[in-house]
Design a protein around this ligand. Structure first.
Ligand SMILES: NC(=O)c1ccc[n+]([C@@H]2O[C@H](COP(=O)([O-])OP(=O)(O)OC[C@H]3O[C@@H](n4cnc5c(N)ncnc54)[C@H](O)[C@@H]3O)[C@@H](O)[C@H]2O)c1
Length: 334
C-alpha cells in the first residue's frame, strides 16, 4: 500500500510517516517547509518539497497512491484572526487542492486532519464529535468548512474518508521556534534561555495535552481499518485537564527553573476551557492513554535540550496590525 502524506516535514506528519514505514507502507510525502524541517523526514520517504496549493503538482505526485493523509497546514488558531488571508489559504484552500487531486487519482481513502478549533465556543464540556460546530477563528472555520467538502467529494466519488480532531499535541520534533503556536515548546525554549514564560490572560484557561505517540496509535488504526468510513474522531487523552499556570509550573519544576511568569493581555477569541472527549476513540479504536503529561513534557525537554534552545522565528506577516493584535507578536516579545 502507498500512502501520500502532506506536511511530512512537520511534527505530526513526520511521526506518522515513520510509523507507516515501520508497518511496511510506501510513503510519498510533500511539504513546502514553511513550518517543517527536512531533518524530520525519514530518508525512506519519497519526499517532494512542494506547495500543496499547486493542484497540478498534487495530481502528479499522488499518482499510484492508495491513501491520502492531509496534515499540511499553517495551524495557527489565534494568529489566524490577524492573518486570515494567509492562514485560511493554508487551511482551507490547500485542502481543496489536496482533496481534488485525491479524487482525480481515485484514491481509496482520504484522512483529513482537522482541529479542536472546529468546536469553538460551546456551553458544554468535553467536546464530542457530534456537537454543533461553532468555530470562532478563521482557522477553525477553515478546518470545519474543509471537513464538509471532504464529506461531499469523498461520498460522491466513493472514497472512504475519516476526519480526525487532534488537540494540543506535544512531543519530540515539535517546532519550538514558532512564536505563534505550541505553548509547551515555547515555554521550554524560553526557560532553557533563562527567560520567564509569557502567559496570556490570567493563565487559568484550561487545556488537555496529547502526546504524539498516543495520537499516532489512533491514526494508524484509522488508516488500517476499513470499517470506520465517514467517522470523525477526537484524537488524544481527556484525563489531565490543566491550567496554563499548572503547565508552566510543571515545566519549571522539571527544569529546576525559578518561575515568575510574565502575564500579558488575553488573546482575542481565545476559548477559556477546551477539552475533547476520548470516549469514541476508546470505544472504536481501543484508545488508551499511554503517556502522561509529565512524561510527555520530559521527552520534549530532552529533545529540545539535545538540539539546543533557539531564537524565535517570526516567519509570518501580520496582515491586520492594530490595537487588537497581541503585543507579543507586534513587538516580537518572545
Ligand atoms: N499540533 C497540534 O497540537 C494540532 C492540534 C490540532 C490539529 N493539528 C493539525 O495537525 C496537522 C499537523 O500539525 P503539526 O502540529 O504537525 O504542524 P506542523 O507545522 O509541525 O506541520 C505542518 C506542516 O505542513 C507544512 N505546510 C504548511 N503549509 C503548506 C503548504 N502550503 N504546502 C506544503 N506544506 C505545507 C509545514 O511546512 C509543516 O511542515 C495540521 O493540519 C494541524 O492543523 C495539530
Amino acid at each position: 500500500m502507498k500512502i501520500f502524506i502532506t506536511g511530512v516535514a512537520g511534527f505530526l506528519g513526520s511521526h506518522l510517516a515513520d510509523r507507516m514505514l515501520e508497518l511496511g507502507y510506501d510513503v510519498v510525502g510533500v511539504d513546502n517547509l514553511v513550518g517543517g524541517f527536512t531533518e524530520n523526514v525519514n530518508p525512506k520517504v519519497k519526499f517532494h518539497i512542494e506547495d500543496c496549493n499547486n493542484l497540478d503538482k498534487m495530481v502528479e505526485l499522488m499518482k499510484g497512491c492508495d491513501i491520502v493523509f492531509h496534515g499540511a497546514c499553517t495551524a495557527h488558531d489565534g494568529f489566524s484572526l490577524f492573518s486570515p488571508y494567509y492562514i485560511t489559504q493554508n487551511t482551507f484552500q490547500i485542502s481543496m487542492s489536496v482533496l481534488s487531486a485525491a479524487a482525480q487519482n481515485n484514491v481509496k481513502k482520504f484522512i483529513y486532519c482537522s482541529s479542536m478549533a472546529r468546536y469553538g465556543k460551546q456551553e458544554k464540556l468535553p467536546y464530542k464529535e457530534d456537537m454543533e460546530c461553532l468555530p470562532v477563528t478563521p482557522y477553525g472555520v477553515g478546518k470545519y468548512a474543509s471537513e464538509q467538502i471532504v464529506k461531499q467529494i469523498c461520498t460522491l466519488n466513493n472514497i472512504n474518508y475519516n476526519i480526525i480532531v487532534p488537540h494540543n499535541i506535544i512531543g519530540p520534533r515539535q517546532n519550538y521556534t514558532d512564536p505563534f503556536r505550541n505553548v509547551v515548546a515555547i515555554m521550554i525554549n524560553r526557560m532553557l534561555q533563562n527567560k520567564q514564560p509569557i502567559i496570556y490572560g490570567d493563565g487559568e484557561q484550561k487545556r488537555t495535552f496529547s502526546f504524539i505517540g498516543d495520537c499516532i496509535s489512533c491514526i494508524e488504526k484509522i488508516i488500517i481499518h476499513d470499517n470506520l468510513n465517514g467517522e470523525i474522531f477526537n484524537i488524544g487523552p481527556d484525563e489531565e485537564f490543566v491550567t496554563i499556570n499548572q503547565l508552566a509550573n510543571e515545566i519549571a519544576n522539571q527544569l529546576n527553573f525559578k518561575l515568575n511568569p510574565i502575564y500579558v493581555k488575553d488573546r482575542p477569541n481565545e476559548i477559556k476551557f477546551a477539552t475533547c472527549s476520548s470516549d469514541k476513540a476508546r470505544k472504536l479504536l481501543n484508545y488508551k492513554t499511554q503517556t502522561t503529561l509529565s512524561d510527555g513534557i520530559k521527552q520534549m525537554i530532552s529533545d529540545i535540550k539535545s538540539k539546543g534552545p533557539k531564537e524565535f522565528r517570526y516567519n509570518y506577516d501580520i496582515e491586520i496590525n492594530n490595537e487588537n493584535t497581541p503585543n507579543t507578536w507586534k513587538e516580537k516579545m518572545f
